[in-house]
Design a binder for this molecule. Sequence first.
Ligand SMILES: Cc1cc2nc3c(=O)[nH]c(=O)nc-3n(C[C@H](O)[C@H](O)[C@H](O)COP(=O)(O)OP(=O)(O)OC[C@H]3O[C@@H](n4cnc5c(N)ncnc54)[C@H](O)[C@@H]3O)c2cc1C
Length: 499
Amino acid sequence: MTIPPYDLVIIGSGAGGGTMARALADTGVKILVIERGDFVPQEDQNWDPDTVWRQLRYRATETWLDESGAAFRPYTHYCVGGNTKFWGSVMYRLRPEDFGALEHQDGVSPAWPIDYQTLAPYYDRAEAMYSVHGLAGSDPTEGPRGPYPRPPVPHAPVIERIVGQLSQQGLHPSPLPLGLQDGCVLCDTCNSFPCKIHAKSDAEVCGVRPAVARPNVDLWTNARARRLITDAAGKRVEAVEVERAGETVRVAAPLVIVSCGAVNSAALLLRSATDKHPDGLANSSGLVGRRYMAHLATMMQGFHPLRVNDTVFQKTVAINDFYLAGPGGRYPLGQIQSQGRTHGVMAQTVAPQIPLWAYAAWVARGVDWLAMTEDLPRPDNRVTVDASGQIRLHYQPNNLRAHAALVAEAKRMLRKLGFWMVMTHSHKSKNTTHQCGTLVFGTSPRESVLDTYCRTHDVDNLFVVDASFFPSSAAVNPGLTIVAQALRVADHIRTTALL
Ligand SMILES: Cc1cc2nc3c(=O)[nH]c(=O)nc-3n(C[C@H](O)[C@H](O)[C@H](O)COP(=O)(O)OP(=O)(O)OC[C@H]3O[C@@H](n4cnc5c(N)ncnc54)[C@H](O)[C@@H]3O)c2cc1C
């Protein structure tokens, strides 16, 4: 089958790809978005904890291997909008310090090749595009900024009370920045669930749908990019090989943007090895797939047997007091944020032997939190692919002492709030939800895969715009930074007349 050439092919439609599609749609050039998944149907199951957590209806079905060769089903989603369909929509800017080198207990978090001021105007635009609610000036660690486009989401009474108590502890709780659309009903099935009424700001709602409303933008769903085909010199991508409806087709375009997520983008480049690129496409640095990071994350629940928590939408507050240093210490610990309500089914997936009614009674008396610490980039934490194309994730978490200290601080904080008991559950090393860093950006082709506008140093017409470019993971949620950098890259592509 012959496919007419496009001006631009974007592979993947998540935070990076979906945003790129929208940001470049009004150029009028012919754009094709290739997405391996389908639209998530709007259906009652979207908000059903059993469907989402036990049946894993929307989760990717493929398996990856860990470093010991054991297969596991990654916590990732292949669909229009990518993982943003399931995110909590917590949309944070990195702190200005995150862009510089930061000394952690277990090593140095490296500097980014751009600073906060460079990304700040794109953070503004990203927040506007994704309708972010928040309160400027309330978070002691935030960088210089203007007001949020939307007001903060009000705290439920239980959380409001906790916020007052946290302030009395001398902490500085601040509203969690959240991307929500008009019509959001502030339900208890947001984080990890798709939004049945499309009121969560995700890359389908904010990126793909507005883009494909234009006649010059096409979307192929259930279409998986297998390989990038380069010219004889290995300097340009000539076509993308795509598996679609049982056929293998080639699409040609003068510009190709890979946005498959940090693991799959690295895997795609590794699978595209040629004589000119024997270790994988754009891999002269040897860094493709390396420096994989994911946050260290522990779910925490403050429990009191006599206090029923009637909060529906609980995810509205964050504590950043330990972000840059622990109390009396010199090393950064990370962030604590309130979480969506835990449902009995979710808790039961951890220990299935306990009956659901017991869990339901338990979680009704709990308030849920997340403690999150920066993961440092290690060359040996990496994505590889074997001869059959199978993904293998080699990963050992680090910065564990800082995370333990953060969890200890959070426990202390929750006990002071009068919780009887604090339960913890670690996301452990196979949690791929905040994957990043596998195709680092930088100024030196020897020390980075991408330049500062996310173009590969080695292949002229190839960009990678997703979580891959992060030189460090910081300790806030990655999504807004992916979106902001996508908008910056889109501006660069426009102004340098690449399209
Ligand atoms: C449950 C959950 C909660 C989260 N909560 C938050 C949060 O509150 N805030 C936050 O900032 N972040 C959150 N995240 C993380 C956030 O969703 C990701 O950081 C973000 O989506 C990554 O964007 P991306 O563009 O790198 O990849 P993705 O958004 O994952 O998009 C990649 C896309 O590429 C497609 N694709 C992959 N391979 C191919 C291929 N070969 N061919 C064609 N298409 C392909 C995938 O199907 C997918 O659509 C959460 C993630 C999860 C899973």
